[in-house]
Design a protein around this ligand. Structure first.
Ligand code: SF4
Length: 408
């Protein structure tokens, strides 16, 4: 049975808006750890190098910083009695940090788990170029989840994801993806949408590689830019997702699953979809702590704080003005978003996509029109697919059930 979902924004939710700004403060619940600040390829759309301050950071996280980080993690999970605390290893290209360091951090986290009872799952996001059998053995033995950046087929991927010599990286990424898919490793692919190509090309490519979990992300852009519309791409992707999962679940496309989750009134697991605070903490290679990593899309030094793990506990970042500003902005939506019927599901769009030099984050997403049409399309399709089972077995369409509730 499917209960009548809270599709869109209910009148109750609208009324609750001012209170929503007081989301209960929780301990930081996951860490993004930059173990390498440089990359071994040269993608044209990478937000990381839009902020030249990354070149001031050490290329790799040192043993000294790693030890301090592990101490802070143990202190944090013990102090807050956390039952899990995911860590995402990121870069630049995190595999440049070396396989020994991956074993070292995973073994140390296993030690923290045995002492505190807190599960510390480790994930890594990589371009895959360095992956070989030794890396696969490490991921498998250490139960490390791997997300590989792969923009679908070669002619799309190689438009942006190039070596420093200007040649494409698709062959290396596809090889790595197929190797990962062939092993007992939790793996997914992360693509960036190129709306000039039909979503079918992505979906067919990932199916041919045996990849059932992936995301096709909206390209990063601020309100000061004029990115191409992505609405019809995602409408097509939603149709393909629906078709692939019609009789049984076969494909999980994260952005689609998250948007549906948010439309049904639940918390979407990822930060880009839904109305909720963004509370991510990023630790850099030198141990400094920054606000949300992707906000460096806004420019030089935009995420920099004066905090670091040698002088501050992980949760201290909550008192840092830049971190706080980004966190507060994630739940203080523009006037237009507050009036929008999809406010709860959309959350005003991904925070970096709301930024402008003039208004800061006080804007609807630069993709607002696209997001609205995506949610509207999903709402009408979901309404025609979902039903409510009555105790006598009769099935009511969601629209009729909701109409009955209103009438009743
Ligand atoms: S960004 Fe647009 S679609 Fe999203 S909540 Fe704001 S007004 Fe609604």
């Amino acid at each position: 049975m499917v209960s009548p979902p809270g599709i869109g924004m209910s009148a109750d939710a609208q009324d609750a808006l001012p209170d929503a700004l007081g989301f209960q403060e929780q301990p930081i619940s996951q860490l993004l750890v930059k173990v390498a600040s440089r990359c071994n390829i040269d993608c044209s759309y990478c937000y990381w190098f839009r902020d030249a301050s990354v070149y001031d950071k050490p290329k790799l996280m040192s043993s000294e910083v790693l030890l301090q980080l592990l101490q802070r993690i143990e202190e944090h999970v013990a102090r807050h009695s956390l039952i899990d605390f995911p860590i995402i290893l990121h870069g630049g290209e995190p595999l440049l940090w070396g396989i020994d360091n991956f074993h070292r951090i995973a073994a140390a986290c296993e030690g923290i788990t045995s002492r505190t009872g807190c599960d510390i799952p480790i994930a890594v996001t990589t371009n895959g170029v360095l992956i070989d059998d030794e890396w696969l053995n490490c991921f498998e033995a250490r139960n490390i989840q791997v997300a590989i950046s792969l923009d679908g087929p070669e002619h799309i991927h190689d438009l942006h994801r190039k070596t420093f010599q200007g040649t494409g990286t698709h062959a290396a990424a596809e090889r790595a993806a197929r190797m990962l898919a062939s092993r007992d490793i939790a793996m997914s692919a992360l693509a960036v949408c190129n709306p000039a190509y039909p979503p079918k090309e992505y979906v067919e490519f990932f199916a041919s590689c045996g990849i059932a979990n992936y995301d096709i992300m909206i390209p990063d852009a601020t309100v000061d830019e004029t990115p191409a519309s992505v609405g019809s791409f995602y409408k097509g992707l939603f149709d393909l997702w629906l078709e692939a999962n019609r009789s049984k679940p076969t494909v999980n496309i994260r952005i689609i699953a998250d948007m549906i989750t948010a439309m049904l009134g639940n918390n979407s697991p990822t930060e880009g979809v839904g109305y909720k605070p963004i509370e991510l903490c990023t630790v850099m290679t030198d141990g400094s702590v920054e606000a949300h990593d992707v906000l460096r899309i806004a420019g030089d030094g935009f995420t920099t704080t004066k905090f670091n793990i040698f002088e501050h506990a992980i949760d201290d970042v909550r008192n840092e003005p830049r971190w706080k500003a980004a966190r507060d902005a994630s739940i203080q939506l523009s006037g237009k978003c507050q009036q929008c019927k999809f406010m709860n599901a959309c959350g005003g769009g991904y925070l970096p996509h709301r930024f402008s030099r003039k208004n800061g984050y006080d804007n609807p997403s630069v993709y607002c029109d696209d997001l609205y049409s995506m949610f509207e399309n999903m709402q009408s399709v979901l309404e025609s697919h979902l039903y409510v089972s009555k105790p006598d077995g009769e099935r009511l369409g969601v629209r009729d059930a909701l109409a009955g509730r209103v009438a009743g």
